[in-house]
Ligand binder design. Structure first.
Ligand code: WTA
Length: 703
């Protein structure tokens, strides 16, 4: 068949079932026109008549999996919550959109400003300035502001290293450590506006380094401790960093990751880096380059703890965080001071509904945006106790998380679907060994959470009593954008529910028109919000093109989603991953969720492969739970399971078993790579964010 050939066939999909959302008519003969790439070019019912072409049919993402379970906040929880009813949420949300200045002034007014702002927002699309004229310091808001009241001696950071070592830092101690380290930075010639790379394990010093930079107005860029020397080199070059803060090594699954060695490799040849500050964590041997490298502990001998916070403009850059583009070079997402702080302060307060005596644990690594916003800055800005754990969840055994929760009486747990699916795979017996009754709220972030994983989290970890906040947001958004407020918004497993205050999210078709209930489309945000990215570092054009060019004045998230009749948002996956099967645009997450709902499946990733007849065929990569045998019969069972659950259209053409799936360091499945493997191609493009290269090699070999 040629790309421009026309074919006709009877559409036999299960359009009669209730799951369909009405854009496909049953038992109609369609003809399809495909491009060479396998993309659908046109679709018509009987011939090439323009009238019969239905734009929605070509463009919208369909939804077939409708989740009906609803979990209302328990009355006891709602009574004590900041926002205690759906009506109150709706009233405040309306106010926040109609009068954003008023809403955000009130939130910002709870923080410390050295000079008050004059204008809340200056918006020359797509460039925003928030709290213009205001001056403030993030570290002052995270530390100094808690020193005059009862929080002074409260634990700011509870930390546990992978080998089991423990530390507690009160707000006063953390303040002192940050001030001293900020003086170390100054002593080493680092000034306001300089870019500083932080490449450390998740230890208190990572937070101290971040806050130390913030204190003097240096701009940090944290690189995940698992990234290679090449990734460091690229990022150093992109932002022109003058210094690197690192450690000798960090622990991961019982071995020492040679961080300093990676830094040395990255800095060979020409580099902008003049100084490397090394914290001694693991005690492994390291090379010290005279004139360039200094030990953290030695430097402390030369400084005192007196370091007033720099007075910074609200739009002063706070950090750059690199995020992988789906192709090409990583993007340096730039966040600034005032808007970012207000955004993460406010979301942490309302979404996690923190109480004074809570122990709050976000399991993210500092190298991920979640580690920035909800491990370090958000909880500290709120005067909370934040727990930090350095290592892997299955070290020394798969119950490490539950052990930690029991030992510290953790009240709030914020983790990722990838971790939850791993726990399910490892088996419930690890959970049952521990008393998790201290938990009162659970959170999820990073990917759509499959409804069955949600149910497991709810029942097995939350004991059926804890609300779950499924928080949708991005490195670019800085703070949570769509999430239930736990005392107000009833949850539906798999939905991030409703937008946060000030967030004007919508789902639109290709023409930018908002679509009706249960019709899939592109998720956009129509108004600026305080914690939004300001640009891609050093590349305004790429910023405009990537996020703001498709729909004028609106921010393009890159995610596909739908809203149900209650206005709830359901993320169906990245737009780039959407499948096009016989003209039906299918998001990946629903087929994956269907597979994960099978009792033998732990994890699934679905991708498209060019298919002569259908445009794309559905290929599912599946990992099974421990103890389950991966047989041919199971493959058929899984195909039929999806067929029954969703409909014939979504039935995988092929199921492949995999020991593990290729993921980014933050646990996102890299479907782009699986797509290439499924098509029999060698993997090209950027793999610098891949966590485990062995996985890729194994998958390719399995073909
Ligand atoms: C995905 C992570 C569904 C989404 C904070 C988004 C989610 C990307 C959710 C951003 C969620 C994140 N439900 N999908 N609750 N949270 N995502 O930049 O595709 O690492 O665009 O930020 O993760 O990932 P990033």
């Amino acid at each position: 068949m040629r790309g421009s050939d026309r074919i006709g066939f009877l559409d036999t999909m299960d359009t009669g079932n209730n799951f369909c959302c009405g854009i496909v008519r049953p038992l109609t003969t369609y003809s399809w026109q495909f491009q060479d790439s396998g993309e659908l070019l046109a679709c018509s019912r009987t011939g090439p008549s323009r009238k019969l072409r239905h734009p929605l049919m070509e463009k919208n993402i369909e939804s077939h999996l409708i989740e009906k379970r609803v979990f209302k906040p328990a009355p006891g929880f709602a009574k004590r919550a900041r926002i205690g009813s759906l009506n109150e949420y709706r009233r405040m949300h309306r106010e926040s959109l109609e009068k954003p200045d008023k809403f955000w002034s009130r939130e910002a007014g709870e923080l410390v400003w050295q000079t008050p702002w004059k204008t809340v927002l200056e918006w020359k699309a797509p460039f925003a300035k928030w709290f213009v004229g205001g001056k403030l310091n993030v570290s002052e808001n995270c530390l100094d502001r808690h020193l005059t009241g009862p929080n002074r001696n409260k634990a700011a950071i509870l930390w546990e290293g992978e080998p089991g070592d423990k530390r507690t830092l009160t707000y006063q101690q953390l303040h002192r450590d940050v001030c001293r380290f900020a003086n170390v930075l100054k002593r080493n010639g680092i000034r306001k506006g300089d870019r500083v790379i932080i490449y450390m394990p998740t230890i208190p010093e990572a937070a101290i380094a971040m806050l130390g930079c913030a204190r003097i107005g240096a701009v940090h860029s944290v690189i995940f401790g698992g990234f290679s020397a090449d990734s460091i080199r690229d990022r150093v070059a992109d932002c022109g960093a003058v210094a690197v803060i690192t450690a000798d090594g960090g622990y991961r699954r019982g071995t020492i990751v040679p961080l300093k060695k990676n830094v040395d490799d990255a800095l060979t040849g020409e580099t902008s880096v003049k100084r490397v500050i090394v914290f001694r964590r693991a005690g492994n041997d390291v090379h010290i380059e005279e004139g360039r490298d200094v030990w953290w502990h030695r430097e402390l001998e030369y400084v005192d703890a007196n370091c007033p916070p720099a007075q910074l403009e609200s739009e002063h850059p706070l950090f750059i965080l690199y995020t992988s583009g789906s192709t090409g070079k990583p993007k340096g997402i730039l966040h600034t001071t005032g808007g970012y702080l207000v955004g993460i302060y406010s979301t942490t307060k309302y979404v996690f509904d923190l109480r004074d005596d809570d122990v709050y644990w976000c399991t993210a690594d500092v190298g991920w945006v979640t580690g920035h916003s909800y491990l370090v800055y958000g909880p500290l800005a709120n005067g909370a106790t934040t727990l930090m754990y350095e290592g892997a969840p299955n070290w020394p055994e798969p119950d490490r998380f539950w052990r930690i929760i029991e030992e510290y009486s953790v009240n709030i747990l914020y983790t990722a679907p990838t971790a939850i699916r791993a726990f399910i795979r490892w088996g419930d017996e690890w959970v049952k060994k521990h008393n998790l009754s201290s938990l009162r709220l659970l959170g999820s972030v990073g990917e759509p959470i499959n409804p069955e994983a949600w149910m497991w989290y709810h029942e097995k970890i939350g004991g059926g009593r804890c609300p779950i906040v499924d928080t949708w947001w991005q490195t670019e958004t800085g703070a949570i954008m769509i999430s239930p407020l736990p005392g107000a918004v009833p949850a539906k497993p798999g939905s991030a529910t409703l937008p946060f205050f000030g967030v004007d999210a919508a789902i639109v078709d290709e023409a930018g028109q908002e679509v009706g209930p249960n019709i899939g489309g592109k998720l956009i945000v129509r108004q600026p919000w305080p914690s939004m990215l300001r640009t891609i570092y050093g590349d305004k054009e790429r910023y405009k093109k990537t996020y703001w060019s498709e729909f004028k004045g609106s921010y393009l998230t890159g995610d596909g989603a739908r809203r149900d009749k209650d206005g709830y948002f359901w993320i169906v996956g990245r737009i780039d991953d959407v499948l096009n099967v016989a003209g039906h645009r299918l998001g990946t997450s629903e087929i994956e969720s269907s597979l994960v709902s099978h009792p033998k499946v732990a994890e699934a990733a679905v991708v498209g492969r060019p298919d002569e007849l259908k445009g794309q065929g559905v290929i599912a990569f599946v990992t099974v739970k421990s103890g389950v045998e991966a047989t041919r019969a199971l493959k058929d069972e899984l195909r039929n399971h999806v067929g029954k659950h969703i409909g014939a259209i979504a039935k995988p053409d092929e199921v492949r078993f995999a020991e593990a799936l290729p993921k980014t360091r933050s646990g996102k499945i890299m479907r782009r790579l699986l797509k290439e493997i499924a098509s029999g191609n060698t993997v090209t493009g950027d793999t610098s964010t891949l966590e485990d290269f062995n996985v890729l090699a194994k998958l390719s070999a399995d073909e």
